[in-house]
Design a protein around this ligand. Structure first.
Ligand SMILES: [Zn+2]
Length: 424
């Protein structure tokens, strides 16, 4: 298939008006050597870019079929231009042993093959995520699908465990992902009109950055360790990570699409998808997160796709479970920021694909458009309006805070379904 005048977005440069063709193996070629018989696709304003990599997803495998169906989640990922992801270990049972890693890998593999979305695993930092006893990092690091350690859903409160985790990271080369939340703290939503209306204590930003501050102090003892802060919500957190980077420490952070798009002023009280952890903070914080993503102080975007069954989300903002889904909306939020002039195309590729793929130590088929070589790509129209409609969402549960929003973008075609073929 020959496609004329495509703009190709890479993480460091742009190519304008390139003719490309796609062969039967779904490999992209520069158009000059297209076979004469190629079928031509006529479409104005198309963009070719590397497919997305999402380093923070709750596939809820094993043991939580009421929250998500892995086949549906991976279809949702493809719909959102995401072709590789890292799933979180706060499951039933918690992924904290070789057996549970094997179980998750075994249950996910058929859906990964069906959809062509590669799934990597993370394991807990503490046994059962109880925060008391560290896992056997060395043993678990040998598993072929593991890419990180995290107690996501809970912050690691113990200094001693963080010492062990960083020592293990230095040893194994795997990153430690922190869900930064000092507990207990009083609130479930951040200060703002809805928090005041509900007359409930605010979820303080200190709960986040004080844990990061503690972690970075410990990290100084482990210059070879890799530390990453999941889903930042507060300016101070990002500033602490930047300071650590400037001291040569291997620290990084990510932001989730909902924190880029909404502030606490935007919370719709009737939609419990607006309850997430960390919470949406005020517009000044949201503006800061957007700027920090655009200028590189925040390293990349991760969805924190967190589906829940209806009963867990139908108890009002204060009592319902935390989380919004995000796999099939993340790209379209970023394309909206691009349309508004808030991020450059190169930066969009960087935060959605290139940087997370490096962070997870994936091969070069991710994060790059490589002419004549296997790679994971999406071909899209970045300017199409996209209304997020309940009936179009593919994920099992639809607790998505973007319902009704008009975002941007439409995928026209994407690379082959069979990721194993792409690897070989
Ligand atoms: Zn988390």
């Amino acid at each position: 298939m020959l496609i004329r005048s495509v703009d190709v977005w890479h993480h460091k440069r742009l190519e304008k008006n390139v003719d490309i063709w796609i062969d039967e193996h779904n490999i992209i070629h520069n158009g000059s050597n297209a076979p004469n018989a190629a079928q031509e696709l006529k479409h104005d304003g198309l963009v070719l870019m590397p497919a997305g990599v999402d380093p923070q997803v709750h596939l809820r495998v094993p043991g939580q079929p009421e929250k998500e169906h892995p086949g549906k989640a991976l279809q949702a990922a493809r719909e959102g231009g995401i072709h590789a992801l890292l799933t979180m270990p706060n499951t039933k049972p918690v992924i904290d042993s070789t057996e549970t890693l094997d179980q998750a890998a075994r249950e996910l593999e058929p859906f990964s093959q069906q959809t062509g979305v590669e799934v990597f695993l993370s394991a807990a930092i503490t046994r059962g995520q109880r925060g008391k006893e560290a896992v056997d990092f060395k043993l678990l690091a040998k598993h072929p699908r593991i890419k990180a350690f995290t107690d996501d859903g809970l912050g690691v409160q113990s200094d001693e465990i963080m010492h062990l985790a960083f020592a293990a990271s230095a040893d194994t080369g795997l990153p430690i992902l922190q869900h930064a939340e000092c507990s207990p703290h009083p609130g479930v939503i951040a200060s703002g009109p809805i928090q005041q209306k509900l007359n409930t204590p605010a979820y303080p930003e200190e709960a986040e950055w004080q844990m990061v501050e503690r972690d970075l102090k410990i990290l100084k003892d482990y210059p070879e360790a890799t530390y990453h802060v999941l889903h930042v919500s507060a300016r101070k957190t990002v500033e602490l990570v930047c300071e650590a980077k400037s001291q040569g420490l291997k620290a990084s952070c990510e932001v989730s699409p909902h924190h880029l798009y909404f502030g606490s002023e935007d919370i719709d009280e009737s939609n419990t998808a607006f309850k997430m952890n960390p919470p949406l903070r005020d517009q000044a914080q949201r503006r800061f997160l957007r700027e920090a993503l655009a200028d590189g102080r925040i390293d990349f975007v991760a969805t924190d796709h967190a589906p829940h069954e209806i009963s867990a989300k139908s108890q009002g903002l204060l009592q319902s479970a935390y989380g919004t889904t995000g796999l099939e909306t993340s790209l379209y939020v970023l394309l909206k920021l691009y349309a508004e002039g808030l991020i450059s195309p190169e930066r969009l590729v960087n935060v959605f694909s290139h940087r997370p793929s490096h962070f997870l130590q994936l091969d070069e088929a991710y994060g790059h458009i490589r002419y004549g070589l296997p790679c994971h790509w999406i071909l899209l129209n970045p300017k199409t309006d996209r209304t997020i409609d309940n009936s179009r969402l593919l994920s099992l549960n639809h607790n998505n805070c973007f319902l009704g929003q008009v975002l941007k973008g439409e995928i026209i075609k994407s690379s082959a379904l069979d990721s194993a073929k792409i690897r070989s």
